[in-house]
Each structure stands twice: as C-alpha cells, then as structure tokens.
Design a protein around this ligand. Structure first.
Ligand code: NAD
Length: 249
C-alpha cells in the first residue's frame, strides 16, 4: 500500500536538515509538459537533439524553432499549488533548500528563496563566445527581428538562453551547493522527477548512504523507489497541499 501525505509530514517534522529535489513533474499542473510522461515533450521531439549544444552550434535555426515557442509557453503559465507548498515548507523551516532540475522559474515566482537551479534557467540570453548576458526580453526581441529567427550577440555569435543544454557542463557553483546540501541532509524529498538524469539523481543515493531518509512523490516509477522511506504517488499539487495542512502551516 502506498504511503500517505501524513507519513511525509511526519518525516518532515522529524528532520533537521531536509531538502527538496524537484523535476519537470512539479510544473505539469501549471501546464508545462514533462519529458517522459505520455504526451510529454519526448513524444514529439527528442530533447537530447533539439536541446543539444551541438544542434545549437551547427543548426541554430532548428534550435531556436524549438525554443522560441517554449519561451512564450513558459511565460504564460503560473506557479501551481505544488510550488506554493514547497515555498511554504521552506518559509516554515521544514525545508532548508530546493534543488531543481527545472528551468521555468516557477519555484522563484512562488517564493522559494534558497533555490539551486542545477540546469540553469530561462532568465536571460547568453553568448558562449564573448560571455555577454542579455535580458530574456532583449533576446526574444532579437529572435523575432531576425529573418532566420536566431538572436545574435553584439559580437555576431548566436545567443542561447541561460538553460544548460545537453552536452554542456552543469554550472559548477550550483552542483557544489547541491552536493553540500546532500552531504548534510537527513531527508531528501524528491518531487516530480523520474530520477533518470545524472548527476542530480545521485543526490538521493548520497543522502541515504549518509544515513538520511528518502521520500519520493512522483506519478511514475523511479529507480530509487525500493530505498524510499516514504513513497507517494499522485498529483504533486494535491499531495503537497495535504502535507502542508497536516503540518498546520
Ligand atoms: P521527467 O520528465 O523525466 O520525469 C517527470 C516525473 O514526474 C515522472 O515520473 C512523472 O510521472 C512525474 N509527474 C508528472 N506530472 C506529475 C504531477 N503532477 N505530480 C507528480 N508527479 C508527476 O522529468 P525530470 O526528472 O525533471 O527530467 C527531465 C529533464 O528535463 C530535467 O532536466 C528537467 O529539468 C527538464 N525539463 C524541465 C521542465 C521545466 O522546467 N518545467 C520541463 C520539461 C523538462
């Protein structure tokens, strides 16, 4: 039998240093499809191709054809009850930090403060040649003004966003911060991640190896289900709202 939101509330209440690790399933209730669920992005495009550094470098038009509409789609949605519950858990001291694989800024918009975005974020334009940063608005303006739909830096090189692409290194400072939290954590709460993407999924194993507990809340299976102390299935927004209520915050 599956565990209940009250079981998760109990673990959070007992923990001294709990952290959350979130993935694309956090944001499906906001209307952003995840990659691997039925109807997810993977059924139409292979993100490892259209979201790769090599396509960005060799076929920037194809790269921007995929990414330009996603910027509008993400700008048009709002944080959902799951994001608000995670922010409430941090405000009440039940969570120390939120490590997210998401790039959609919805945790920040819901009020999460100690937020570690390990795959970067859709917050700016960036030039890989001269390392300039531009606002996302200016990047979009340049994309829309360009005949081929590719925004370009002053130096002439094509711009990408602040999102880490497949084939690109993860931001070292974010990975270090996530690693430091995992070493100290006595509870890691995974929400909406298939735990299929390395190296972030190794955080779950690190916490358990260090004597901490693992709680997982996702609709689908993960390779770490057998070592979870609490395993919740179902919609993140519904389940986390019940957790917040059970804790009386
Ligand atoms: P994933 O697609 O591999 O897994 C998502 C998991 O969440 C699945 O197990 C699914 O069953 C579950 N899920 C979907 N909706 C849910 C809900 N409402 N409540 C609870 N569980 C739900 O996602 P991933 O592990 O994050 O890996 C995909 C990669 O792509 C990551 O790097 C991720 O950041 C990125 N991505 C980000 C976004 C975003 O920023 N919103 C969207 C798509 C993909």
């Amino acid at each position: 039998m599956d565990d209940t939101p009250q079981d998760l509330a109990r673990l959070l209440g007992e923990a001294e240093h709990a952290i959350a690790l979130t993935g694309a399933g956090m944001s499906t209730e906001s209307g952003i499809p995840d990659f691997r669920s039925p109807g997810g992005v993977w059924e139409k495009h292979d993100p490892t191709v259209v979201g790769s550094l090599s396509v960005f470098l060799s076929q920037p038009e194809l790269f921007w054809q995929f990414h330009r509409p996603r910027i509008d789609m993400i700008a048009s949605v709002d944080p959902n009850p799951a994001h608000h519950a995670i922010a409430a858990l941090e405000r009440s001291g039940h969570l120390r930090a939120v490590v997210t694989q998401n790039i959609d800024r919805l945790h920040a918009r819901a009020g999460s403060r100690d937020l570690i975005e390990v795959h970067g974020s859709l917050d700016r334009g960036h030039c890989l040649r001269c390392e300039s940063d531009l606002t996302l608005e200016e990047t979009v303006r340049r994309a829309d003004a360009a005949e081929d739909g590719v925004p370009r830096c002053e130096c002439g090189f094509q711009l990408k966003t602040g999102v880490v692409q497949f084939g690109e290194a993860l931001p070292a400072s974010a990975i270090q911060a996530a690693h430091d939290h995992a070493l100290r954590a006595d509870l890691i709460l995974v929400v909406g991640s298939s735990l299929a993407v390395s190296p972030v999924n190794q955080m779950a194993q690190m916490v358990v190896d260090g004597g901490g507990r693992l709680a997982i809340l996702t609709e689908g299976d993960t390779p770490f289900d057998d070592i979870a102390s609490v395993r919740l299935r179902g919609r993140a927004g519904v389940q986390l709202t019940e957790v917040v209520q059970a804790l009386g915050i």
